[in-house]
Design a protein around this ligand. Structure first.
Ligand code: GLY
Ligand code: MN
Ligand code: MN
Length: 431
């Protein structure tokens, strides 16, 4: 932690304190260590919201931020015996100093101290619904606090998810540099994989390449379980078995991104295992690529964040009509959402600390408008299932193209465009 600078995190805590009403505070808990079996734990990853406000990566911790800007950390006290097994712990004094808190207490004191600290407050803000045990603790602390201050109005528990989510929506300089790096590592991995994938490889073989390239690039792990789907497996949106052989005529859809210093990237490419698209595969690919291009262009500062969705529906519907898959007039296809037979997910999502970043799309009854330094994925797709009412030559084709797009005042910037998406460029790379 020698080079850790708490400035960014202290600033964020001050910012969130300004969003509170007077005489109020915000409580947030860390992630908990989860056990796989007996004493073998899963790798500990801090909760993204907690990390965003602290940079502190230990479990069993809690932060209170008050509307006057004061912030208090509850964390584990140092334990030299435990540290022999699980590694360094900052402890109360160390954490207070390193992470820039005004006050810090031993987490074992929380049941005594929190009701005392919140008694008489007007509002207690928290992220309701994320952790049932924490929600129950909050209710119990509020009950205790209300009993301690019987003659005052009861404390209002309010959800602060939208407010924190709105803060996370606009990436600061620190976040932008990490997002660029995460995107760069993932894009390089996709590109290198395309250059090394050969006929005869299985989904498993291909996944191994990506995992290896992520690590080689400096990422510890993927930002979500990768999808490596040969042939019709690509039509299953959450396919993660990644264990089948791939037929020589099949496309492969790889949706894989990495996490770098807590920041996620998210890329999908679809390519023919043979290195050459068939006529049918290419025809559908071009529609998806056009939807990708037009939807990316719809990421315009000042426009609604729903514009790329609308654009993708229009381009894909026209494409499906041109291919003869849908016969109805375009207006009817859009109105009745008939394209959903083939395009059954949304165009994208916010991305940052989480691959599906914890930020709203509508706030105070209004669609959010793009502002500089928001990042959204653009990931149109067309999937032709066995049940689709089309000629059998099309069946089993599933194509998605996904990139991570930064909104700027000068127009959208594709952070993952180092990996080609045009069909001829992909063929060239695979040759
Ligand atoms: N990889 C998850 C997604 O594309 O949304
Ligand atoms: Mn995505
Ligand atoms: Mn994805």
């Amino acid at each position: 932690m020698d080079d850790f600078n708490n400035k960014t995190y202290v600033k964020r805590r001050k910012e969130i304190s300004k969003l509170m009403e007077s005489n109020s505070c915000f409580l947030i808990n860390s992630a908990n260590l989860k056990f796989r079996n007996n004493d073998s734990s899963y790798f500990f990853r801090q909760d993204s919201n907690f990390y965003y406000l602290s940079g502190f990566v230990e479990p069993d911790s809690l932060i209170m931020i008050e509307n006057n800007g004061k912030s208090t950390l509850f964390c584990r006290e140092r334990n030299l015996e435990l540290e022999k097994w699980d590694g360094f712990m900052h402890g109360v004094d160390g954490a207070k100093k390193t992470f820039g808190f005004d006050e810090c207490f031993d987490i074992t004191e929380k049941e005594n101290l929190i009701p005392e600290m919140i008694k008489g407050k007007t509002n207690l803000y928290c992220l309701i619904g994320k952790d049932k045990n924490f929600d129950a603790s909050v209710s119990s602390w509020v009950n205790k606090a209300n009993n301690l201050e019987r003659h005052q109005a009861n404390i209002d528990i309010k959800n602060f998810s939208n407010e924190l989510g709105m803060m996370r929506l606009i990436k600061d300089e620190h976040e932008l540099s990490l997002m660029r790096k995460s995107c760069e590592i993932a894009a390089k991995a996709h590109k290198k994989a395309l250059m090394n994938i050969k006929k005869g490889m299985s989904e498993f073989d291909i996944e191994s390449l990506y995992l290896n390239y992520f690590r080689e690039g400096g990422s510890n792990f993927p930002s979500y379980t990768p999808i490596v789907a040969g042939g019709s497996n690509a039509c299953i949106l959450h396919y993660i078995e990644n264990n089948k052989t791939i037929k020589e005529s099949d496309l492969v859809l790889v949706d894989a991104g990495c996490e770098y210093n807590y920041y996620a990237s998210d890329i999908t490419r679809t390519f023919p295992i043979s290195g050459k698209f068939s006529a049918e595969q290419k025809a559908i690919y071009e529609v998806v690529l056009e939807a990708h291009k037009k939807s990316t262009e719809a990421i315009v500062v000042g426009n609604s964040c729903m514009n790329p969705q609308k654009t993708s529906e229009e381009v894909i519907s026209q494409g499906l009509k041109d291919l003869g898959f849908l016969k109805e007039p375009l207006e009817e296809i859009l109105e009745k959402k008939l394209f959903r037979e083939f395009y059954y997910h949304k165009i994208g999502h916010w991305i940052g600390l989480d691959v599906h970043d914890d930020s709203p799309y509508t706030y105070k009854d209004e669609e959010i408008k793009f502002k500089e330094n928001m990042i959204m994925t653009i990931e149109p797709g067309i999937y032709i299932n066995e049940s689709a009412p089309v000629d059998s030559k099309w069946k089993g084709i599933g194509i998605r193209i996904e990139d991570d797009i930064l909104a700027t005042n000068k127009g959208p910037i594709n952070l993952t465009n180092e990996v080609p998406s045009h069909s001829d460029e992909i063929e060239k790379l695979m040759a």
